[in-house]
Write a protein that binds this ligand. Structure first.
Ligand code: SF4
Length: 473
């Protein structure tokens, strides 16, 4: 039995950029979800994983498999349907899972034979058995998994060429920001994998740089932090010499022991979701956890730096309270905090979030010719009507923010600061130059493909690859 597992591309975020600049390869993450599904698949199935973010395939030149499994974030959905159509025309059954299949089940079911909603672990065996019987069900509803029972993902199935290895140690997030679909998909209950299994998997990863893909590595409660410290002690005791980056909440900077262990275990950088610079903004997006931390951010960032760990802050533009000059304000606040790099995204109503429900019910979503328009849901395109900013102003504010933060003077100052504190500045320099180049040049090129008339829905003048007409059967 032959199984193809496919991660579809989105030309706005993957192939195009990685071909333009080799540094963009640092933004291509492994499709870990597919490797988990491969780990759940018995050995009598031959498995081939295709990651279109790295390489495109001519599927028509390949042998027909017995089953195709596709995963997709919302921004990949349109391409996923094109791939599904290609295989279904050849009589190959297609099953789709992942966050978009869970949040837009009705839409997805129009383009595939079967879909898996939620986490795949509890139902994947049934999908394979029913495929053999020729009796695939239209929907398999996956439950939240007991992570002590999940197999180790099949890292061996992906080719070389990725800058980062990937590993997941927890699922779920105890917070519930209104724009985020993590809690709707993985739940608020913070589940963690057994530490010995994580170490076994960590040892198998061949890349020297690793991304810990957990939405929140450390959690928010005392017991979460304590479990993270146990994990870090186990990594140190294993003697595995890798460097890693993780996503954490602001409380990471509160605990000296946690910082010391993270540094000894190989942590070189953390992504922190600041989201917005004001209490009002945090109230608007329902992230009260950060309000309590607002006053101590500069001190916490300084403490993290003392352990040789860089801090990349993520911010959102497009909140109802955001007005003209918000870009410059974010840039100067980020400099005041002492952040090493920032990433700025547009507020995007993703299906399954409370933000989607709010914007949809008030008719504020403007790019909604679905499934075609899902390709703009990369968080780097304004897709809605925003409180005080037009489509063009949103882009101008993002530009102003990046110009303010990533000026050459600013990059030099941050690099010098790292050297002064006796830290290796390589990560900061690479990160800064990459963001400067990407946002000021590549994203701008993509925005310029739009026709924007005041008061009208922006339309793209010419799509990079017109594959929409091959969707479906
Ligand atoms: S803290 Fe991060 S992962 Fe958790 S709900 Fe908010 S945005 Fe999502």
């Amino acid at each position: 039995m032959l199984l193809y597992l496919i991660n579809p591309y989105n030309p706005l975020v993957s192939i195009v950029k990685s071909k333009l600049n080799r540094w963009n390869n640092y933004t291509v993450w492994k499709p870990l979800g597919l490797l988990v599904v491969a780990g759940l698949t018995p050995p009598d199935w031959e498995i081939v994983v295709f990651d279109e973010n790295v390489d495109r395939q001519d599927y028509s030149a390949l042998p027909s498999p017995n089953l195709v499994g596709i995963t997709a974030f919302t921004s990949q959905a349109d391409r996923a349907y094109t791939i599904a159509g290609e295989f279904r025309r050849r009589g190959v059954p297609v099953v789709m899972g992942g966050i978009h299949a869970t949040m837009c089940a009705e839409e997805v079911s129009r383009y595939v034979d079967s879909l898996v909603t939620g986490e795949a672990e509890s139902v994947w065996e049934n999908v394979l058995n029913d495929t053999i019987q020729g009796a695939l069900l239209p929907v398999y509803s996956g439950q939240q998994t007991n992570l002590s029972k999940t197999p180790i993902p099949r890292h061996d199935l992906l080719a070389h060429g990725y800058r980062f290895g990937s590993i997941q140690t927890t699922r779920g997030c105890p917070l519930s920001c209104n724009f985020c679909s993590v809690t709707a998909f993985n739940g608020r209950h913070y589940r963690h994998r057994p530490i010995p299994k994580i170490i076994d998997e960590y040892r198998m990863i061949r890349e020297r740089l690793v991304l810990l893909v957990d939405d929140n590595l450390i959690g928010t409660r005392k017991e979460h932090i304590s479990r993270t410290k146990d994990l870090l002690r186990a990594i140190i005791a294993s003697g595995i010499q890798k460097k890693w980056i993780a996503q954490v909440t602001l409380n990471f900077g509160d605990d000296e022991e946690l910082l010391r262990l993270a540094s000894e275990a190989g942590c070189i950088g953390v992504f922190v979701g600041f989201e917005t610079i004001s209490t009002e903004g945090l109230k608007e997006i329902h992230k009260p956890f950060n309000i309590r931390k607002l006053k101590g951010i500069k001190t916490a960032v300084g403490r993290i730096h003392r352990y040789g760990i860089s801090v990349v802050g993520s911010f959102i533009i497009g909140l109802d309270i955001d007005k003209k000059h918000i870009g410059r304000e974010i840039a100067s606040t980020a400099k005041h905090y002492g952040l090493d790099a920032i990433n700025v995204l547009f507020l995007t109503p993703l299906p399954g979030t409370r933000l989607w429900d709010e914007m949809e019910s008030s008719n504020r979503i403007i790019l909604k010719d679905f499934p075609r328009d899902w390709r703009y849901y990369t968080l780097t395109f304004p897709v809605a009507r925003y409180g005080h900013l037009s489509w063009l102003e949103m882009i101008e504010e993002k530009d102003a923010c990046f110009r303010g933060f990533y000026s050459y003077g600013g990059i030099l100052r941050r690099t010098w600061e790292m050297i002064r504190q006796l830290h290796n500045p390589a990560l900061t320099v690479v990160c800064n130059l990459w963001y400067r180049r990407n946002t000021l040049r590549l994203d701008r090129q993509a925005y310029e493909t739009f026709d924007v008339k005041p008061g009208e829905v922006p339309l793209q003048k010419g799509w990079m690859e017109n594959d929409s007409d091959t969707r479906g059967k």
